[in-house]
Design a protein around this ligand. Structure first.
Ligand SMILES: Cc1cc2nc3c(=O)[nH]c(=O)nc-3n(C[C@H](O)[C@H](O)[C@H](O)COP(=O)(O)OP(=O)(O)OC[C@H]3O[C@@H](n4cnc5c(N)ncnc54)[C@H](O)[C@@H]3O)c2cc1C
Length: 687
């Protein structure tokens, strides 16, 4: 069967299924009657989000006989004009309420918070962007629209902002400079204006509006969709219209049955969308989807109003059909620790997390999440939550102190995120049976000379567990207990790091900008975190600037001096920064450990492999560790010692970690000679 999306992709903005060779369809085609549907939609239209699977099911049922043309009719030119369009939507609150109602009635996720935070200004930019995407690649048009809608409905992003539309273009694989060009040269706007004229011609007053047109040009306009609250009713209703126009009875064609095939074509679908598209009751669809998830073939996301499913294209196939061990103790409630807790709890393991701090460590205010980290979170069912909380970063730019650009490149799959947001997201979804703070690792419990059976804490308490996962950070006490001869060594580079709130700073919110100060041998980076927050860092050579005093006053004085000729935005960061919250970071490296485990204890994240901040891989590789270990444990053979699984984990992770260490060394080496060697490299390990 030709899949629906392939048709959509092939035909761009048209939704049309290829013919199937069944007796019914052959008979229908002999009569040579077709229906052309103009689907007047809008990127902001919540009811359109609901109608899409019904339309797809109709196209599938009437194979080859129904063709749909997507037209964007311009629902919201500007927020001020919204009440004129629909008196029920007079402010952000009422739109939020509408979304919440539709979302829970139809079990389709819609993140209404955006309307209470700051309503989306207009649907015009996204509509123009759709035509810019169509102009470049008509096969990609509908996919682009779906991605824009996911950005809005799942991730709560303001799709009237150009940077968010650029993110959609990157995710759709479009050529971004060409996309921007079409957005700016008026060609996409002209195409959109034609859609609006069509909407006027057909007297479109609300969305979705469907205009059914037969071969003779007779038409029926249907706006009743939201009165048809079940799939059967909507499909029956449309069958009636088609019958009126063509005298064709509804075909008894079948909908697709293969959910994996369906999900391979879409970025993600909810249970109810899948049940509509496959034509099976919701409970049966969910039972089948759950089985596929347990075998690691699908990704499951539990969103507030819907369960979402995606084909698992990550490197991690975590099975959830049996618990590989009964209990796990996790030392360190940071990024790796909570990620591992979630992955194991989903396998049915009873997980307990212990952290020495009252609250999770906040050092490192935020970071960049790259494809490998995003994939790891995806395998745990956290992608949408992550994208909702993160800020898309589309571009890296290196500039000179005078502002001149020396280098730039597009970043695919890159997000900035506050550390506390990521840790909180992971903690809240960890599924841990217990999370204990003020529990600092003191040593191991031994069942006999060889076997570690649990952990002792400084406060005298202890816990027994089948496996112990140590994710206690860069200065890991567990690593020190297992590999005492392996030490961290300072590399000579230091960083001052801060986070500042500057809501009025006018800089692109999707750019990571770094000043390369070759004359002074320093670099300063600035990364927008969204909502007016920025993280910044100054990298310097300690031999040339022997700053040891990490007091606020001394860091402020140093920063002021260094940045006095830097672009205004950097000076403003320094001027407005609260230095009592900034810190001086001494960069240290460590050689690769000979193993990431000892018996029933495995190390994860910084505890296993401290990485230099230059690589931007600390958090990302911590997440990779958790996903990789969880996937391997989930395939543990019965009676197989866990130590064997941990050896496999090392073999799997070792090549990447070795590369990150080497790249970190190389980047530091280049940095330390910045004022001699003018070569410049992107300071990120983009793997
Ligand atoms: C300045 C700076 C910038 C960075 N930038 C980036 C970046 O852009 N991208 C990136 O990917 N990474 C970055 N990182 C690195 C990233 O923050 C870490 O690599 C990441 O947090 C490692 O996760 P983890 O789970 O291994 O350790 P952590 O997240 O540090 O968690 C360790 C946990 O263990 C607890 N703990 C410690 N000792 C004990 C004990 N004895 N007993 C019990 N609990 C204990 C701690 O309280 C903490 O909660 C940066 C780091 C720094 C310092």
């Amino acid at each position: 069967m030709t899949p629906y999306l392939q048709d959509v992709l092939r035909d761009g903005g048209h939704i049309e299924a290829a013919p199937r060779d069944t007796a019914t369809e052959t008979a229908l085609r002999v009569q040579s009657r077709h229906i052309h549907i103009l689907y007047f939609s809008d990127p902001l239209c919540s009811a359109c989000r609901v109608v899409d699977p019904y339309l797809a099911a109709m196209v599938e049922l009437y194979q080859g006989l129904v063709k749909i043309d997507v037209k964007l009719g311009g629902m919201v030119k500007s927020w001020d004009e919204l009440p004129a369009m629909d008196p029920t939507c007079e402010n952000g609150e009422s739109v939020a309420c509408l979304w919440e109602r539709l979302s829970s009635e139809h079990r389709v996720q819609m993140d209404s918070a955006i309307w209470r935070r700051r309503p989306v200004r207009s649907s015009y930019p996204a509509s123009i962007a759709y035509h810019a995407a169509m102009a470049q690649d008509p096969k990609n048009g509908f996919r682009f629209l779906q991605i824009v809608r996911d950005l809005l409905f799942l991730e709560g992003k303001d799709i009237s902002e150009e940077r968010i539309l650029v993110t959609a273009a990157i995710r759709s694989g479009l050529d971004v400079p060409r996309f921007r060009q079409s957005m700016q040269d008026g060609s996409a706007a002209d195409a959109f204006a034609r859609d609006i004229r069509d909407a006027e011609t057909w007297k479109v007053r609300r969305f979705p509006t469907l205009v059914f047109i037969n071969d003779q040009g007779d038409s029926v306009t249907d706006t009743s969709f939201l009165n048809q609250t079940t799939a059967d009713k909507a499909l029956d209703h449309w069958a009636g219209i088609i019958n009126e126009l063509t005298h064709l009875d509804a075909p008894d064609g079948k909908l697709r049955a293969d959910m994996i095939e369906l999900l391979e074509e879409f970025p993600g679908l909810s249970s109810s969308e899948i049940s509509i598209r496959c034509g099976i009751p919701l409970d049966r669809a969910e039972a089948r989807l759950a089985t596929l998830w347990k075998h690691g073939r699908l990704i499951r996301e539990d969103l507030p109003n819907a369960v979402h499913w995606r084909s698992n294209s990550t490197p991690y196939r975590i099975r959830r059909d049996h618990a590989p061990v009964r209990t796990a103790a996790i030392i360190g409630g940071g990024i790796a620790g909570y990620a591992a807790a979630r992955s194991l709890a989903q396998q049915g393991v009873e997980v307990r997390v212990f952290d020495r701090q009252r609250r999770s460590a906040s050092q490192g205010f935020g970071f960049l999440l790259l494809k490998n980290g995003i994939d790891a979170l995806d395998s745990m069912g956290l992608r949408s939550d992550l994208l909702r909380r993160g800020n898309p970063i589309n571009r890296f730019r290196a500039i000179l102190p005078n502002g001149g650009e020396v280098y730039q490149r597009q970043l695919d799959d890159c997000l900035s995120m506050r550390r506390e947001d990521l840790v909180e997201m992971l903690r809240a979804s960890s599924g841990a049976a217990e999370i204990r703070h003020d529990a600092a690792f003191a040593g191991f419990l031994h069942a006999d000379d060889d076997h570690i059976s649990g952990v002792r804490f400084v406060d005298g308490t202890s816990i027994e567990a089948d496996i112990v996962l140590a994710s206690d950070g860069i200065r890991s006490s567990v690593r020190h207990a297992l590999f005492p001869q392996h030490r961290l060594v300072p590399v000579g580079e230091r960083e001052i790091v801060g986070m500042v709130y500057l809501p009025d700073l006018e800089v692109p919110q999707d750019e990571f900008v770094k000043v390369i100060d070759t004359a002074a041998g320093k670099c300063m980076g600035m990364i927008p975190l969204g909502d007016g927050y920025y993280i910044w860092f100054l990298q310097f050579n300690h031999l040339e600037d022997p700053l040891d005093d990490g007091s606020g006053d001394s860091m402020r004085a140093f920063l002021k001096k260094v940045t006095r000729d830097y672009p205004d935005a950097f000076q403003e960061l320094v001027a407005k920064n609260d230095f009592s919250t900034s810190f001086l970071w001494i960069s240290e490296r460590m050689d690769l450990l000979p193993a990431f485990s000892f018996g029933s204890v495995a190390l994860l994240g910084d505890a296993a492999h401290p990485l230099l901040a230059f690589t931007s891989q600390g958090a990302n590789s911590a997440l990779e560790d958790a996903a990789c270990l969880a996937a391997l444990l989930s395939r543990r053979q019965e009676e197989e010692p866990t130590s064997e699984v941990f050896h496999r984990y090392y073999r799997k992770r070792e090549p990447n970690i070795r590369r990150y260490i080497a790249e970190g060394d190389q980047l530091v080496e280049q940095f330390m000679h910045l004022n001699r060697d003018k070569n410049f490299q992107l300071p990120l390990s983009l793997h």
